[in-house]
Design a protein around this ligand. Structure first.
Ligand code: FES
Ligand code: FES
Length: 185
């Protein structure tokens, strides 16, 4: 299913036939347009990693189960191994590379993950952050039950999940406090 590694093998084989099957797809990733040459079967996660070059989005199961590949598609979390790249054309994609500032300042969610020790090996973290980000950006703050439900498609083999839920809850609570403080001024 995946075209992983095709760039290399195709170049070395010089197979014009494989090239012909490719088409240009314009992906808008983190506010920048990238025109990539992909096959109709190319998964979005492979386009992001291998063609756009953003490898913060991870591949875990490759079969819709683990959530490691979660990105935002028009602000909604999607598992990028379940979509073809062509299906994302014209949509706004956000990957974990867009979280946080260029100067190294952590996003409040990242800070909360650090404060709550919400990762160990970190393999699931990009997906956890992207699923949480959609929730964090909502106007109405989620409660703990909603946070759990929102993360149900993201698997972690290390943390036992409690610290991840704690981290998202902490970030949401901090945001609420900051909003209240701003309103009081
Ligand atoms: Fe996409 Fe696991 S790699 S859900
Ligand atoms: Fe290792 Fe989640 S921190 S898989």
């Amino acid at each position: 299913m995946s075209d992983r590694g095709d760039d290399v093998s195709e170049e070395s084989n010089g197979t014009a036939q494989a090239s012909a099957a490719r088409r240009a797809v314009a992906l808008i990733v983190n506010g920048r347009e990238h025109v990539v040459q992909v096959e109709p079967r190319t998964l979005l996660v492979d386009a992001i990693r291998d063609h756009v070059g953003l490898t913060g989005t991870h591949i875990g199961c490759d079969s819709t189960s683990c959530g490691a590949c979660t990105v935002l598609l028009d602000d909604r979390p999607v598992k990028s191994c379940t979509l073809f790249a062509v299906q994302a054309e014209g949509s706004r994609l956000r990957t974990v590379e867009s979280v946080g500032s260029d100067d190294g300042t952590l996003h409040p969610l990242q800070q909360a993950f650090e404060d709550e020790f919400a990762f160990q090996c970190g393999y699931c973290t990009a997906g956890m952050l992207m699923s949480s980000l959609a929730m964090y950006e909502r106007d109405d703050p989620p409660d703990r039950g909603e946070i759990r439900r929102c993360l149900v498609g993201n698997l972690c083999r290390c943390t036992g999940y409690e610290s991840i839920v704690d981290a998202v809850e902490l970030a949401v609570t901090r945001r609420g406090a900051a909003d209240q403080e701003a309103e009081a001024r």
